[in-house]
Every structure is written in C-alpha cells, then in structure tokens.
Design a protein around this ligand. Sequence first.
Ligand SMILES: NC(=O)c1ccc[n+]([C@@H]2O[C@H](COP(=O)([O-])OP(=O)(O)OC[C@H]3O[C@@H](n4cnc5c(N)ncnc54)[C@H](OP(=O)(O)O)[C@@H]3O)[C@@H](O)[C@H]2O)c1
Length: 436
Amino acid sequence: MKVLLTGATGYIGSAVTDHLTAAGHQVVALTRSAEPQPGRSWHAQVVGDTADPASLAGAVTSEIEAVIHLAPPSGDADVDTGVIEALAAPLRGTGRPFVYTSGIWVLGATGEAQEVTEETPTNPIGIVGYRPQIERQVLAEAAEGVRAVVIRPGIAYGRGGGIPALLVERARGQRAPEYYGKEDVRWPMVHVDDLAELFVAAVERAEAGTVWHGVGESAVPVRDVARAAGRAAGVLAAPHAVSVEQAAEVFGPQFADALALDQSISGAAARTALGWRPGRPGAVAELVSGSYRPVEVFGAPDGPETDDEVAAIRRLVAEVEHAQQNELVDRFLSLFRRQDPVWTTGHGKRLSGLEEISAFTRQVLPGATAESTAVYDVERVLFLRPDVAAVNVRQQPILHDGARIADRPEGRPLYILVKEDGTWRVGAAQNTIAVD
Ligand SMILES: NC(=O)c1ccc[n+]([C@@H]2O[C@H](COP(=O)([O-])OP(=O)(O)OC[C@H]3O[C@@H](n4cnc5c(N)ncnc54)[C@H](OP(=O)(O)O)[C@@H]3O)[C@@H](O)[C@H]2O)c1
C-alpha cells in the first residue's frame, strides 16, 4: 500500500516507516519542511503542516491507499478537527484505512482496576484534554466508508529514545535517578518497534471503527524504570521521588501530571484480534542493557547482524548478573560451555572445568548477596571470530536499593564467549578487581 504518514520524522514515525517498508508498503512522508531527508526509506515526501489544515488539502491524492496520522495535536481542538477532516474526507467511500494516533493518557488514572481495556470509558488528563473528542470524530468516519482506526500507544521505549531517554538524561544531570509523584506509580509501556508492527497490522487488517491499545507491558513500576534509567546513565543511586509540584517547575504542570499518572492497561485485544506479537525486551531490560547504553564493538561489520549478536551477548551477561544477584547456582552453571570452561575469580582462584566451577559456586553463592550485590554492564565487545568474542564487563557493587557502594572496588571481568549451536556461552572468564 502507498501510505501517507504524518509525523514520519519523529520517534514513533521513524520506526513505523521502517516496519511499513519492511512489510512491502511505500511511505509517503508528510513533513513540515521541504528539505530532503537523506537516509530515510521514504518513497516520496510531501509538504504540509498540521497547524494549518488548509496546507493538507492536496496531500491525500487518489494514489494514497492508507493514512497514518502520527503528528501530535496542535493544542487547539478546532485546528485538529480540521486536520482530521482534511486527511479523512478524501478517503470517504473508499474503505481505505485511516489510523489516528491517540494515547493511553486519555484513560486517566486507572486506580485499583486491573488492566483497563478498550471498552473502558475515557477520563482524560489535562495534557490530552480534547483527544477523546478527536477519537470520536475519527471513529465516526467508519460510517462514511473509511476504515477508521484509533491506536492508543503506551509509553514508548527503545531505540534509545522516548520518555525513558528523558529519565536517563535527568538521572545523568541530577546524578541520581528520579521518578515523579508516588512511588507505586505504574506505566503501561511498549517497545517502539513492537508498536510500529501494530501500526502495520492496523493498516493491513483492523476493522473500521476500532480502538486498540498499543501496550506491551501493562503496568511497569516507575521506580524500576527510574532505577534502570539511572543504570543507563551510569548513575547508581537509589531512585528518589520528585513531587508533582517540583516536576511541574521542570516539565510544566500538564506533563508533570502525566509522568505521575498511575495506570494499568491491557494490550490483549490487539494480540488476540490482530495477531500482534510484541516480543522485544521489556522496558527495564532495554534500559539496562539495550539501546540506551551504547557498547563499543570491534572486529565485526556495522549492521543488523552484528547488532543482533551484541544484543545476544548482552542478554547472556544480563543472565550472569541475574543468576548472581538471585543466587541461582544451576542457572549460573548453565551459562557455561560444556567443554573445559575456565573461571578465575576476582581473588585469582582458577577453577578449571564445570565440576570445579560448580563445587565452588555451590559453596560461595548461596547467601553471598545477603548484604549487597553487583550490576554487570557490557562495555566493549571484540569479535575474535564471528562465533568467539572477548567481552569487557564493568561490575559495580550495589546495595539492594540500587545505590552504589562507594568504598568497595569495581570488578573488570573479561569474558571469552563462544557461540555453540546458536547460543552464546561463557568459555573462559577472568575477574579482576579495579583499584585506581
Ligand atoms: N512517544 C510516546 O511514548 C507516545 C505515547 C503515546 C502517544 N504518543 C503520540 O504519538 C504521536 C507521535 O509521538 P512521537 O513520540 O513520535 O513524537 P515526536 O518524536 O515528537 O515526533 C513528532 C512528529 O510530528 C511532526 N510534527 C510536529 N508538528 C507538526 C506539524 N505542525 N505539522 C506536521 N508535522 C508535525 C514532527 O515533525 P518535524 O520533523 O517537522 O518536527 C515529528 O515527525 C504523538 O501524537 C504522540 O502524542 C506518543
């Protein structure tokens, strides 16, 4: 399909462009600027400004087979009503899809109710005050022969961007991770690439007059997101609460209210009815060991295949961390290659073969994290061969609330990982204490 996409240069729009293109569709990007944008996989670019509905008059030509409207609201309900009219009217009577992007904030605080669905009435907070009205305007187009669809994304993460990137930046600037409002606030979240796949599914097969929640994880504790954002910023400290009033001074009152909003929202309907399969790492995992923390990579060409291998290596190191933090002896042992692995402890004790590693681990790991634990971050990957990598890890001791233990030295393990039968495993490891 030839799809007109507003907001194509933005965070979600970039991912939607990639996934539409990968699915064989052609993106016609509506942009404010006529400047060509090298590196974008757009089929064509047309100029228009959603602050001026009249500028959109010629955008939906008879060649356009679908419209996805991702550009944000203008702040003026009349202007936005005019935008929907300008973009949807040319589709009337064609049965072609028109996908409008709303957001979960139209549902307001969900309170004790577990996993609010698309059937739940809206209760918008200030920042999205008139969006339900625009949703209704869009859905009414179904009666005019438009395949009108509304998507309400959760808080998007991934590709190092979105609101979580703001938390990372704040943690870096403040030297401490922060969250806003009450400590039991939960955010419904979605990986931006999973979300983009939902837009593709909606364009291809959502029925007219339907609403879908683009939510991968229904309620992520915001304290966990904040702690992970601190980790991504390299700031190990317990997350602290910033009051909504203080947050309002930084972000403005409406955005501060949105950041402090507690919600639990289900994205099950899209999975069941549209076959949507959001399967990328969760928000916390993505912050801790994904796109928010770039890794230095050597010995392999840039490209998606190397990215996939690095991601798999990071997952393995995250597994080592998880097994250590939770004293999971068998899980830890399962991460080694079967044949002759070697593990040298931070104190220089060399353990040769699985039996020695197993005996030592069973002796020292249970109870080892009673007082404190450690976080493991991959800093550098050198591919010695496509299936052998030398991986430099930074190991920082922390208390259970996430705070760095200042007077304990860090570890600088070097792992030699091997990929056997499609799975990366630890072949050899040398732990070294870093003393400046
Ligand atoms: N990010 C989230 O977590 C999230 C969650 C729920 C809902 N949403 C909604 O999803 C939509 C996209 O969000 P996003 O995070 O991708 O936003 P974004 O990164 O800020 O991108 C906004 C896009 O809209 C374009 N745009 C802005 N004003 C425009 C105008 N007057 N005319 C034409 N284009 C205009 C921008 O183009 P320029 O290059 O010209 O600036 C950019 O491409 C928004 O409606 C947002 O409310 C986002």
